[in-house]
Ligand binder design. Sequence first.
Ligand SMILES: *[C@@H]1O[C@H](CO)[C@@H](O)[C@H](O)[C@H]1NC(C)=O
Ligand SMILES: *[C@@H]1O[C@H](CO)[C@@H](O)[C@H](O)[C@H]1NC(C)=O
Ligand SMILES: *[C@@H]1O[C@H](CO)[C@@H](O)[C@H](O)[C@H]1NC(C)=O
Length: 391
Amino acid sequence: MAISRARSRAARLLPLLLLILLAPLIYSVSRLRLSWAPEQGLNLSHPAATKRPDGLVLGPAAGQGRPDRLQCQGLKAVNKISLASERKDSGEPVSFVTVFTTYNSHPAGAGKVPSDAVTVGKHSYSKEERSMAILNTFVSFIQVSMPTSKVIILTDPKSKLAIHQGRATILPIEGNYSRGNLMLQRIKSYIAFLELKLVEVDQVNSFSNYIFTDSDMAVVDDLGHIFKRYPHCHLALTFRNNKGQPLNSGFVAVRGTSDGISKAIGFFRKVLEAYNVKYMKASRMLGDQLALAWVVKSYLPSAFGKISRPEIFTEEVNGASVLFLPCAVYNWTPPEGAGQFHGMPLDVKVVHFKGSRKRLMLEAWDFYNSTSQLSDMLCLILKSGRTKYDF
Ligand SMILES: *[C@@H]1O[C@H](CO)[C@@H](O)[C@H](O)[C@H]1NC(C)=O
Ligand SMILES: *[C@@H]1O[C@H](CO)[C@@H](O)[C@H](O)[C@H]1NC(C)=O
Ligand SMILES: *[C@@H]1O[C@H](CO)[C@@H](O)[C@H](O)[C@H]1NC(C)=O
C-alpha cells in the first residue's frame, strides 16, 4: 500500500521533474527560434490572429533627456539641425550596391484588386509593388543624403525591375535568385560584381568606393567619410552587442582600390565557404550573417570582446584591414520587443527597416517628402520604430 502510494506520487511528480530538467532546453530552443526568425518578434501570442497596424503608430520617443540622443517635441527634432542642408561632402566617391529581385506572385484576375494590397499615404501597393517601392525609396534617400552617389542594383537577368529611369544602374548577374537561395546568391553576386570592378579598376578613369547594403535602409547622412577618416581600412562591417549575431550582413563597405577590392573578394569567398559548409540549413534567412560572424570569429577570437561598447575599432582579418562600425550609428534599428532602448544617437547615419518595419520606411519617406525635414522624420521613426507593421 505504502509502496504503491509512493509510486503514484512519484508518477505524479515525474512530469514536473522532467519539466524542470528540460526547461533550459525548451528555453534555448525557443530562443533559437526567435533568433532564427527575428521578423516574428517577441509577441508570440496568436501570431497569426494578431492584426498588425496598417497605419503609423506613434509612441513615446526613447532617450529623452539624454544629450547624446535625439530629442523630440512631438515630431519636431529639437537638438539636431537639418542634416541635408548641413551636409559636408567628404569628397570620397561612393556607389551603393544592393541585390534585388522580384518574384511573380499569383497573377490576379484582370482588373481585380489584389487582396494583399496595402495603402501608404495616397498610394496603394500590391505585394510586388511594395518591394519595388522600398527599392525606389532606398534610392530616394541616397539621392537626398549623398546626391553624387550612384546606386547599382545586382539582379537576376530574368527579373523585370520598374526602377525610375536614370536613378540607378541595373546590373544583371547570372545565378539562382530563388527565395531559398537568395542570401547565398547575394554573396556570389557581390563577388561577381567585385571581380568585374577589379578588372576595370586599372582601365577606367573614374574611381569609386562601394557600400553593399540591404535595400530596406535609409541613408540619412554622408558615408564617404568612412573612407577618408580611416584611410587604411579595406572593408568595414557593422557590429552590435549581440552574442548570437554580432555582425549585421546588411552593410559592408569596400574601398575601391585594387587592393581593397581584392581583399574584399578574398573575404567574401571565406564567408561563402563557411556558408556552404556550416550554414546551408539557414540559407533562407540568416546564413550569410552567421557565416560572416563565423569567419571574423575564426580569425579574431578576441574581437567580440570589444563589441559591448559602441566604439569604432580596426582589426586584421585574413590579411584584410577591417573597420568595425557600431550598428547604433551605421545600421540603426530600434530594438524589437522588450529590449532596452536608449533612443536614437544624434549622429545616426543609416536607419535599417528590418522585419515588419517596411511600412515605416515608406511612411517616413512620405513624411520627408512633404516636410523636407530629415531630422523631424527621424523623430517619427524613433517614435514608431518599435511597432511591428503589416509589412
Ligand atoms: C501581443 O500583441 C497583441 C496585439 O497587438 C496585444 O494585444 C498583446 O497585448 C501583446 N502581448 C504582449 C505580451 O505584448
Ligand atoms: C535554386 O535554389 C533552390 C533553393 O536552394 C533549389 O531548390 C533549386 O533547385 C535551385 N535551382 C536551380 C536551377 O539550381
Ligand atoms: C516629393 O515628391 C514629389 C513627387 O515625387 C517631388 O516632385 C518632390 O520634389 C518631393 N519633395 C521632396 C522634399 O523630396
